[in-house]
Write a protein that binds this ligand. Structure first.
Ligand code: ADP
Ligand code: MN
Length: 178
């Protein structure tokens, strides 16, 4: 019963990576192509108040990981979710059949985050997060190595290729026996 799949009829995919690497764009297009459900965790945290206030230092909500996991549990058990979040170590390992880590070249990411209005330490923290491959390491530490894939996300062509790759993976996924 502990094996991947957990009896779900459709797979769960985690799309993670540094802010600005294209998680939401990729997840949106993947959901369109596969009819899986796009779960934007950042939006969920804001809309359902799954946080413990605002962190002035980091300029973001202090996410309440227990509340987020409780909120998602039933949906994840059912399967068929694309979870979009810039963190991955607090979700139960059993939830995911595939963990895609998006990666973007530093100068490209710098321009994207600047355009988004990031400046100062918020900008440099995120660039450093990407340089040191923090999310890839976090994913490898938190999930079986054979379900973690790194996908380059510098260009629109990259997005299209990644969506095609992930769509093919979804279509060939088979439920695991319970
Ligand atoms: P995230 O959800 O990881 O923060 P978004 O999907 O919101 O990233 O993308 C941030 C911005 O960068 C958006 O304006 C998006 O259009 C652009 N973008 C993201 N990935 C790519 C890519 N591979 N090629 C070109 N533009 C991209
Ligand atoms: Mn996003």
């Amino acid at each position: 019963a502990e094996s991947g799949g957990g009896g779900r009829k459709k797979p769960n995919i985690l799309v993670t990576g540094t802010p600005g690497t294209g998680k939401t764009t990729t997840s949106y297009l993947l959901a369109e192509a596969t009819l899986l459900r796009h779960v934007n965790v950042g939006d969920l945290v804001r809309d359902k108040n799954l946080h413990d206030g605002w962190d002035d230092q980091l300029d973001c909500h202090v996410i309440n990981e227990d509340l987020v996991c409780d909120e998602l549990e039933d949906m994840m058990e059912e399967g068929g979710n694309i979870v979009d979040y810039h963190g991955c170590d607090f979700f139960p390992e059993r939830w995911f059949d595939l963990v895609a880590v998006l990666q973007t070249e530093n100068s490209v990411l710098y321009d994207r985050l600047s355009k988004r209005g990031y400046t100062g330490s918020k900008l440099t923290n995120n660039i450093e997060c990407e340089i040191f491959q923090v999310l890839l390491e976090e994913a490898k530490d938190s999930y079986p190595e054979d379900i973690v894939v790194a996908l380059q996300s510098d260009t629109v062509d990259d997005i299209n290729r990644n969506v095609t790759t992930l769509t093919d993976w979804v279509r060939s996924w088979c439920p695991k026996p319970e």
